[in-house]
Design a binder for this molecule. Structure first.
Ligand code: M6R
Length: 597
């Protein structure tokens, strides 16, 4: 949600800041701005719209500065326009600030600052920060930032530049920031993808820390002024992983990467007849699991509940992180709290984790070194590589694969026995997924039939009900077509009223004990003129008769079926959205990582 880049070094800052912004555009893309210090003066350029608008403006300038800050915005307070775009200034235009997060007490601070004569020009919550720094600035930028942030309530990741000192100051509370360390240069970024082109050596700022960067190097302190000792760590992924590699969109690339990313999630974790996970809880002492997450990660949590209960016999509850954190949940010492997050930075998920101090915690996280990854007591990394498409695809399947591993691990710890058949089958799931990807052209052709649809229903049962939810979410996010997921049998308790000849209904209909029951639900839809798209692993005359379109998926055990059933749904969403000319990697109003409440 919004992106920050900063640079101080020997090279020209503008192209570096701009390329960083382009890499961060998936985090926010309604306006962007840059501020560099050149010949003792701050020069700022801001544009509404995507980064290319700002780039076109910068092309007209001949800037030659070695220090600057930049921002791409996902609007929270105030319309996306040039005034509200970052960087924001103090009254004298001598201090500029870029900010991620939300300042909750900004209205009060605005009144206070206005009384003192400050002129606030934007509608944002962020601009007050520049004026507070101005208020406290007496020749020492770091000190002024330290004083200013004492008055802030809410969350911030900040980068600050001033006309009077060749320094950058970065500060963080609740919104991620890293420093990138090169031989003669230092970067600030809200996300490593902004700087991986230049360095893979990074320092993660912790909450309530401030970093001051000058030509002499960098120094990190806590916001109460004590020196911190943050280590430099190496980022393992490379620039290639954040390139499109010939695909038209990141979303399509990431869908097609899934055989590889699932194999990465499993690699080395099923070995010598055992499940190997670096977790530090004693499964025999756990009496209940609580999983909390948001969005797509919440859907994999729902699948996790089925898996943990069915495979490991472990009672499991699932909660939206945004609800969990405010509902006074009962969490006992013997419970295990699992948080699932692709980014590891989702504000509600992080807050839910921080609510729970007394029990064991486990993160299922993609982004290495992210805040949640650092705060959980143990974790399972997905190893899916950076996910750039705003709509989560490969992270979802890696989360589900990791949850299957976890359920197998807990079962093995409790009973002493590995479910060999299921773990063997899990290892060959990447090949099965490839067979669905090989049908992409057929799925694309089917998708063309509902590019103009206004509504779709997605129905599934059991472990595939969350897959129906995820299929509907994917379509909504990237195509803006309204879609709802339901447990198939619930349809007759209300949604059936929606069925007519214009309603497309996607059924996930797999072999197994409830196959016939789902076929009955299909009958109910057809009887009312609904148009059925079946995702099925069964060659069945009734399914063929009732369905207008059929996508066949490989037959796998029920526990693994979400991994195959979701693939055609992801592809359908992608093809519908791209047929409608939508930029699927940056759908309107969304941002990759929701770091505000
Ligand atoms: O990074 P996280 O997994 O914590 O993100 C949670 C949701 O914000 C995320 O899954 C969101 O729903 C995506 N847009 C889904 O495609």
């Amino acid at each position: 949600m919004c992106g920050i880049v900063g640079y101080l070094g020997k090279k020209s800052a503008t192209p570096i800041l701009l390329s960083g912004l382009k890499r961060l555009e998936y985090r926010g893309y309604d306006s962007a701005g840059i501020c560099v210090l050149e010949n003792g003066a701050l020069k700022t350029f801001k544009k509404e719209g995507p980064i290319k608008m700002l780039a076109a403006e910068l092309d007209k300038q001949s800037l030659n500065s070695q220090i600057g800050i930049a921002h791409t915005r996902w609007a929270t307070h105030g319309q996306p326009n040039e005034t509200n775009a970052h960087p924001h200034y103090d009254c004298q235009h001598k201090i500029a600030v870029v900010h991620n997060g939300i300042i909750e007490n900004f209205e009060g601070l605005k009144i206070l600052l206005a009384k003192e004569g400050h002129k606030i020009v934007s509608e944002t919550d962020s601009e007050v920060i520049a004026h507070l720094i101005e208020k406290f600035y007496h020749g020492d930028l770091e000190q002024a930032v330290l004083e200013a942030v004492k008055l802030l309530e809410g969350t911030f990741g900040l980068a600050v530049i001033s006309e009077s000192e060749k320094k950058l100051v970065a500060a963080r509370r609740g919104s991620p920031l890293i420093l990138g360390i090169g031989p003669d240069e230092i970067f600030i970024a809200s996300d490593a993808s902004a700087i991986i082109e230049y360095t893979n050596q990074v320092v993660y700022l912790e909450d309530n820390e401030i970093a001051t960067i000058s030509e002499q190097g960098y120094e990190v302190k806590s916001l109460d002024g004590h020196n911190a000792n943050n280590q430099v760590t190496e980022i393992k992924w490379t620039i290639d992983e954040i390139e499109k590699s010939g695909f038209e969109h990141f979303m399509l690339k990431e869908i097609f990467e899934q055989p590889k990313t699932i194999a990465n999630a499993l690699r080395g974790r099923i070995k010598d007849g055992k499940i190997k996970l670096s977790v530090n809880f004693d499964a025999k002492k756990i009496d209940k699991i609580i999983i909390t997450a948001c969005g797509t990660s919440w859907h994999s949590a729902l699948i996790g509940k089925y898996l943990l209960e069915k495979i490991a016999g472990m009672p499991t509850e699932v909660d939206y992180a945004s609800e969990f954190r405010y509902r006074h949940p009962i969490v006992r010492d013997n419970n295990l709290l699992i948080v699932i997050s692709q980014s590891g930075e989702t504000a509600d998920t992080l807050a839910a984790l921080r609510e729970t101090k007394n029990c064991q915690t486990l993160g299922i996280i993609n982004s290495v070194g992210s805040t949640i990854a650092r705060e959980v007591k143990s974790g399972i990394y997905l190893h899916a590589g950076p996910e750039i498409g705003v709509a989560s695809t490969k992270a979802f399947t890696s989360q589900v694969a990791s949850l299957i591993l976890l359920a197998l691990y807990i079962k093995e710890q409790i009973s002493g026995e590995l479910d060999q058949a299921l773990s063997d089958e899990l290892l060959i799931i990447p090949e099965k997924i490839q067979t669905i990807l090989d049908q992409a052209e057929n799925i694309k052709a089917i998708s063309q039939n509902f590019v103009s649809a206004k509504n779709l229903l997605y129905l599934g049962r059991g472990i595939n009900f969350p897959v129906a939810l995820e299929g509907a979410l994917k379509l909504k996010e990237v195509s803006y077509i309204h879609a709802e997921g339901y447990p198939a049998a619930e349809m007759k308790h209300g949604p059936i009223a929606l069925i007519d000849k214009n309603m497309f209904v996607v059924f996930i209909v797999n072999h197994g004990p409830i196959f016939e029951k789902i076929v009955s639900n299909m009958q109910e839809v057809r009887a009312r003129g609904g148009r059925i798209i079946a995702i099925t692993d069964v060659k069945d005359a009734a399914v063929e008769k009732l369905s207008e379109f059929i996508i066949t998926v490989p037959s796998v055990s029920e526990e693994l079926s979400p991994l195959v059933n979701i693939i055609p749904l992801q592809l359908m969403s992608y093809y519908v959205a791209s047929a409608n000319g939508i930029n699927v990697d940056k759908p309107r109003n969304l941002a990759k990582s929701v770091t505000v409440e």
